[in-house]
Design a protein around this ligand. Structure first.
Ligand code: SAH
Length: 344
């Protein structure tokens, strides 16, 4: 079987070079070609001897995802990429250009097991975890296609990143390695629905990537209805883990709060949310719901502003994320891959 090179760390590239009878430094050269120069083929690796390039063709593949569809109709400039994986499954990634940064929203799993009521990905069920290579290749492929650098990566596409913990952490390490893709660790965000055990582990391991937590309701009972994972990790356990992270890492995590009209956007919700946010160093990101299922709707602009005012004064960063790309179903919670993969 050929070795897939995208997804290997620098050390693993060195090891691979030795495995095929080459010197270690050849592995470092290959690493640079893949991640820094974004080579699309071994042929392009022009400072490697021709014999080595041939050997690589024989023993290795760069990656093997193909672009199945590109949707660039969004007026916001966001572009949605549908990738086909070697096993025929599909995942989506979204390119989001902004004034002072360019963000890629990438997937960590094919589908998702968590079944959040408001999220389109939930309808797929979980098909499988992505490998670290498949996570990294989303970014590399898009950067290559667009021939442009990406400044920010958010693990907010399909899947629950902390349910695929090891591969996500490995991919984040590759994204942020100064010898390769060199994306800032503070410009890399991992968003979790609230797996408290993994949040603690993440804190203990001392990672520098930013952490975001999808809160979505300040009340345990309602949260468990909206996000069944809250039955396993209840609000108390979750908040305890997030506080542990905030103290241990000395970094403010971000709470994400999807605003669902008439569901979690009342004055009572705002006050309870404010109490949580004030209980630890953190930031708050309000996300007006992006339509996916008929069950919910987005509060209007006036009400979103009202909700934000109810939260004031907050001695912390508060932002409202009007999603980009909801006109082509590329916004938060709208990634559902190919229709054919739907289970219901
Ligand atoms: N599973 C991870 C990451 C993916 S979702 C998590 O739950 O954090 C990224 C963000 O989009 C989450 O905060 C989630 O609550 C939000 N989201 C999901 N569906 C949405 C929708 N339809 N409209 C707006 N935001 C949504």
């Amino acid at each position: 079987m050929k070795k897939i090179l995208i997804g290997l760390t620098r050390q693993e590239c060195e090891q691979f070079a030795e495995d095929i009878g080459e010197k270690k430094y050849r592995g470092r050269q290959i690493y640079k070609w893949i991640y820094e120069k974004r080579a699309a083929s071994f042929e392009q690796m022009s400072d490697l001897p021709q014999t080595l390039r041939e050997k690589l063709r024989e023993h290795a593949l760069l990656g093997f995802m193909t672009v199945a569809e590109i949707d660039d109709r969004s007026s916001s400039g966001s572009v949605k990429y549908l990738f086909r994986l070697p096993d025929g499954r599909h995942i989506e990634s979204v390119y989001i250009p902004e004034a002072n940064r360019t963000t890629l929203c990438i997937s960590s799993q094919v589908g998702c097991a968590l079944n959040c009521r408001f999220c389109a990905t939930a309808r797929l069920g979980l098909k499988r975890n992505l490998t670290a290579g498949e996570i990294v290749e989303q970014a590399l492929a898009i950067m290559r296609l667009r021939d442009e650098d990406i400044t920010n990566i958010v693990f907010m596409g399909m899947g629950e990143p902390f349910a695929n913990y090891d591969n996500v952490i490995k991919a984040a390490a590759i994204f942020t390695d100064d010898n390769g893709m060199a994306i800032g660790a503070r410009r890399t965000v991992i968003s979790t629905s609230g797996l408290a055990d993994k949040i603690k582990r993440y804190a203990d391991e001392g990672h520098k990537y930013r952490l975001a937590i999808s809160l979505n309701s300040p009340f345990q009972e309602q949260r468990a209805e909206l996000m069944p994972i809250a039955k396993k990790w209840d609000l108390d356990a979750l908040l305890q883990a997030v506080r542990y992270y905030a103290i241990k890492s000395r970094k403010a995590p971000t709470f994400e709060y999807v605003l669902l009209a008439g569901v979690n956007d009342s004055h009572r919700h705002a006050l309870a949310l404010k109490k949580i946010v004030k209980s630890m160093p953190c930031k708050l990101n309000l996300i007006p719901y992006n339509p996916t299922v008929e069950l919910f709707s987005r509060p209007d602009k006036e009400h979103v502003d009202q909700f934000a005012r109810w939260l004031l004064p907050l001695n912390t960063g508060l932002s409202v994320r009007w999603s980009k790309g909801d006109d082509v179903n590329a916004a938060c919670g709208q990634l559902a891959g190919k229709q054919s993969e739907w289970v219901r």
